[in-house]
Design a protein around this ligand. Structure first.
Ligand SMILES: [Ca+2]
Length: 306
């Protein structure tokens, strides 16, 4: 999500992934939604203190946000990306603005709006006076990062042509070494022009390549109405590999090769932070339909186990 070069790779990979490895699972069409998928956890104590990984290891809860507050997200945990950030996307990310991000009834909502929003004099405004779309991107870059473990994000996705929500991580050394050298783990990406499909992708710098030369690997799963019910988007991360899952069904496995270990190009032995955002338009979101906005990305919780 961080560099224009990525998108050439992302788009082609996503298409390839969709064709090659997309796998339907879940309910048959026209079945009723599962009440368990619609329910939201409302208590901090709902977070299990331990979890078992798919390979049987028990990990302990080290960080979580159940989003039980009211109003803006907890400032001790989350900060904001502000402005037009990347990929020629159409939204202006606002700074701690309730219209675009709020907690209520145990859920964090990132709301993408089509509106005339004054950005004159505001950061990263591309010299524009008015934004046509607003949304939010929150991140833990200044508050928390993790090396290995299991990250779980339970979420219901926004929808509509042009929308592009994401649950992702980048190396905290991005400011020093840039992207893609810092590494990027896209636990979940979704694009409204190809509904119901969750994409998982890993990006890193190509061995021996220039900083912008990217290795990318992605895959996807077709889900039963992820825009109407919650799924748990998960990363299991060890020194040897990363495994992206939806409700514990594998989407993508990305293993460290011996060569990568030796050459030190592998960026996933360093801490990464979490980003939650909804973009609209841009390199992968594409054309925006007139009726896409408003649309809500709902996040029940973020839990990190190590
Ligand atoms: Ca919750």
């Amino acid at each position: 999500m961080n560099h224009s070069a990525k998108f050439i790779f992302s788009v082609s990979l996503a298409l390839a992934a969709a064709l090659a490895s997309g796998t339907a699972f879940g309910d048959e069409p026209n079945q009723k939604l599962d009440p368990a998928r619609l329910a939201v956890s409302v208590s901090d104590s709902d977070a299990p203190q331990t979890v078992r990984t798919t390979d049987g290891r028990e990990l302990k809860l080290v960080w979580n946000d159940e989003f039980n507050g009211e109003g803006l997200p907890d400032a001790k945990k989350w900060t904001y990306e502000v402005g037009y950030i990347r990929n020629n996307e159409s939204q202006y990310y606002t700074d701690a603005r309730l219209e675009n991000v709020f907690q209520k009834d145990g859920v964090l909502t990132i709301r993408t709006l089509k509106e005339k929003y004054n950005i004159e004099g505001k950061p990263k405004n591309k010299g524009l006076k008015e934004a046509e779309y607003t949304s939010a991107a929150i991140e833990t870059i200044d508050t928390a990062s993790w090396l290995y473990g299991r990250v779980e994000v339970r979420a219901q996705l926004p929808t509509g042509k042009g929308i592009w929500p994401a649950i992702w991580m980048m190396g905290t050394n991005i400011k020093q070494i840039g992207w893609p050298g810092c590494g990027e783990i896209d636990v979940m990406e979704y694009v409204g022009h190809t509904p119901h499909r969750a994409h998982g992708t890993i990006h890193m710098r190509k061995k021996g390549g220039k900083n912008w030369e990217v290795v990318s690997k992605g895959s996807s799963l077709l889900l039963d109405r992820p825009e109407e019910q919650y799924y748990v988007y998960t990363l299991e991360w060890t020194p040897e590999k990363m495994l992206i899952l939806v409700d514990d069904k594998p989407v993508l496995e990305f293993k460290k090769s011996e060569e990568e270990s030796k050459t030190g190009v592998w960026p996933f032995d360093k801490p990464h932070y979490i980003i939650l955002n909804t973009a609209i338009g841009g390199a992968w979101g594409g054309e925006i339909a007139e009726d896409t906005c408003p649309t809500d990305f709902k996040i029940d919780y973020v839990r990190v186990y190590q």
